[in-house]
Design a protein around this ligand. Structure first.
Ligand code: NAD
Ligand code: GLY
Length: 363
């Protein structure tokens, strides 16, 4: 097991990569403000992984409560958060209680927002069960819910007390979800670490075949990068914006497909293609690197364009509503080479329209 520290002074915490679900109870001893813990999960994860987690918590003398949220991005909603508030109140949780998220990014974001807001904030533990959540969503404290007008529009920065990553849970993860996690992993390669990018190029098939050595390596590398970036800029005032590579257009695609067409990582994959095309058009990224990134995205089994037609004007309107827009200017994270990106808010709108029209088959 490897411990990676996210150094945020009094909000510091550790990511335990390679721990076991069965050990969470005993590992949580040092993070126990009170006895009550609410495990938030969904019916899919509940069936496979809730029992060992609950058992280990009970053995460590916790009073365990559970809340099961239906599966799906559409449940990262105001309606579900209201129900969760009611559960906390009915179960008489208090400010010394703990919320534990057991699931993918949807559960992590939702349970984290619950922890951040109920009783003005209680202890929060992340147990991510998708590759995406293990390499990205569970780290860094972004928690929140969606609004019908856009993704993640309601939220907070609220750091967990610890992140426990058991690689074994990836055995049951559908291939599609594994690929979605790979999108965020490719992101780290492009924005920060060319060696990780090359490693992904060399080992893509082994990773898709669940080679544990390769998986452990990419999760550790990704988490270490995320820790560095979050440490330097917890609240996304500057450097952390680079983690949004592919997300500017990706979020619009997710919203336009009503969170039911492409999933987050798939939309981010297309968003990375859009960012690369803009960077190439601006003369920043050479065509060799543009092609190389596209090829890796394809080899991961991710989409590089949107199959269904999207309305261009609506796309542009939603793009301008994104959280990443500052004073009306859309921020794009653009690669200059593999391993380095810059944030630009001066991309001409005509250029954006032209590229989106092409990649998203807009009308
Ligand atoms: P998800 O949480 O919907 O999980 C994907 C699917 O896998 C679900 O059907 C889930 O039930 C299932 N699942 C989870 N673990 C499983 C397992 N071990 N075995 C079998 N099935 C399993 O999706 P996701 O991709 O993990 O997360 C997407 C969400 O994360 C989005 O809402 C996105 O906005 C958010 N996100 C947040 C951050 C952040 O920094 N907070 C970063 C990236 C993404
Ligand atoms: N996933 C982007 C971030 O955590 O900032």
């Amino acid at each position: 097991m490897k411990e990676i520290k996210v150094d945020l002074k009094d909000k510091s915490y550790k990511i335990y990569v390679g721990c076991k679900l069965e050990d969470i109870g005993s590992r949580l001893k040092e993070y126990k403000p009170g006895r009550k813990i609410l495990v938030v999960t969904n019916p899919i994860v509940e069936k496979i992984y809730l029992e060992p987690v609950v058992k280990s918590l009970q053995e460590a003398d916790w009073d365990v409560y559970t809340a099961i949220v239906p599966d799906g991005e559409e449940y990262k909603s105001q309606a579900e958060i209201s129900k969760l508030y009611s559960v906390c109140i009915e179960k008489k949780l208090d400010r010394k209680s703990t919320i534990l998220a057991l699931g993918g990014g949807v559960i992590g974001d939702l349970a984290g927002f619950l922890a951040a807001t109920i009783f003005r904030g209680v202890s929060f533990i992340q147990v991510p069960t998708t590759l995406l959540a293990q390499v990205d969503a569970s780290i860094g404290g972004k928690v929140g819910i969606n609004h019908p007008r856009g993704k993640n529009l309601i939220g907070a920065f609220y750091q967990p007390k610890a992140v426990f990553i058991d690689l074994n849970v990836l055995k049951t993860l559908p291939q599609r979800e594994l690929k979605i996690g790979l999108a965020e992993t490719i992101k780290y390669g492009v924005i920060w670490d060319k060696d990780l990018f090359f490693y992904l190029e060399e080992n893509m098939q082994k990773i898709k075949d669940l080679d544990w050595v390769c998986l452990e390596h990419i999760i550790q590398q990704a988490d270490a990068i995320k820790a560095i970036v979050v440490q330097k800029d917890e609240q996304e005032k500057d450097l952390r914006r680079i983690l949004n590579y592919g997300h500017t257009a990706g979020h619009v695609i997710e919203t336009m497909m009503d969170y039911k067409g492409y999933k987050h990582g798939e939309a981010v994959a297309v968003g990375m293609i859009i960012a690369n095309r803009i960077a190439q058009k601006l003369g920043m990224l050479n065509s060799q690197d543009t092609q190389r990134i596209k090829k890796l995205i394809e080899r991961a089994g991710l989409p590089t364009q949107v199959a269904e037609k999207l309305a261009l004007d609506e796309f542009m309107n939603i793009l301008k509503l994104d959280k990443k827009v500052e004073e009306g200017k859309v921020n794009f994270v653009l690669p200059v080479r593999i391993g380095e990106v810059v944030v630009r808010n001066d991309v001409p709108e005509d250029m954006v329209r032209e590229i989106i029209k092409d990649v998203c088959k807009c009308n």
